[in-house]
Design a protein around this ligand. Structure first.
Ligand code: CP
Length: 304
């Protein structure tokens, strides 16, 4: 079986193939309506989710397969103390492919050693979220026709924002991307991610200034301050509205700039921005479903 814990578990060639397959699915969805007939996807979500769980489920249903699973640890036997390992051993008897979200970093690694079916990490704590990155890459590719030679601003909670960590890991594998890391001091990108930028010889800078950075950007990737990962509510309340993107702040942005956000949004992008043609964050949710369809097909060996 194959596990996707981290975006680095897919080669660049495979990511490019997945994007091409997502385009084919979009062009001719009827060709894929029965591909996963009699196959079952288990969605095991120990943490809340709207997009990731529902897009995985929609993806499998659109491929003609079935879905089973739980939303929230309280409705599974985890609430009675069952381990992740035992949960996965059990569900492996019921499903052909498993995706799991868990609040603990590293839980997907444990899970993947207890199953013989393909396993996909749907987000682990503040660590990684590889399928969100697939959605992000397809959105960027469809916006620019490439995922290299771009200036990317990531803004907000870069410390706990797992989507940012996975996105940087992915973009570093495409040449000549430049990074502007926009955050308050307390929510800086973790040192292990900074080291990756340095090791790759990437051009990057850290700043607290969103407005001053915007004119340079090809992509602005906004993120939510991750309340659930804070130890202290006071710190969260102090930092939560530190960056709010408004039409006013976009005055000096490039006409071609793409505004991405993994969602959910709290307050960091004003709803007035939704009408701007550069806003891609709801389109990103469609790209997420198409990339998850492509990934399910690939991991089940049904992509050709
Ligand atoms: N982007 C994302 O992971 O959204 P959900 O938490 O709603 O799944």
């Amino acid at each position: 079986n194959r596990s996707i814990i981290n975006i680095l578990d897919l080669s660049v060639e495979e990511i490019n193939e997945l994007m091409a397959l997502a385009d084919k699915i979009e062009a001719k969805p009827e060709d894929y309506w029965e591909r996963c007939k009699h196959k079952k996807l288990a969605t095991l979500f120990f943490e809340p989710s709207t997009r990731t769980r529902l897009s995985f489920e929609a993806a499998m249903l659109e491929l003609g397969g079935s879905v089973l699973g739980f939303a929230g640890a309280s409705s599974s036997s985890a609430a009675k103390g069952e381990s992740v390992a035992d949960t996965i051993e059990t569900v492996s008897n019921y499903a052909d492919i498993i995706t799991m979200r868990h609040p603990k970093e590293g839980a997907p690694v444990v899970a993947s050693t207890h199953t013989t079916v393909p396993f996909i990490n749907a987000g682990d704590g503040g660590h990684f979220h590889p399928t969100q990155t697939l959605a992000d890459l397809l959105t960027i590719h469809r916006t620019y026709g490439r995922v290299d030679n771009l200036c990317i601003g990531v803004c907000g909670d870069l410390k706990f924002g797992r989507t940012v960590h996975s996105l940087i890991d992915a973009m570093l594998r495409y040449p000549n991307n430049r990074y502007i890391l926009i955050s308050p001091e307390e929510l800086r990108l973790p040192e292990y991610e900074i080291e990756k930028l340095k090791e790759a010889g990437a051009e990057f800078r850290e700043t607290t200034d969103l407005e001053g950075s915007i004119p340079e950007l090809d992509i602005l990737y906004m993120t939510r301050v991750q309340r659930e990962r804070f130890f202290n509510e006071e710190d969260y309340l102090r930092l939560k509205d530190i960056y709010v993107l408004t039409p006013e702040k976009l005055k000096n942005a490039k006409e071609t700039m793409g505004i991405l956000h993994p969602l959910p949004r709290v307050n960091e992008i004003s709803v007035q921005v939704d009408k701007d043609k550069r806003a891609k964050y709801f389109y990103q949710t469609l790209c997420g479903k198409q990339m998850r369809m492509a990934l399910i097909l690939k991991l089940l060996g049904l992509d050709k």
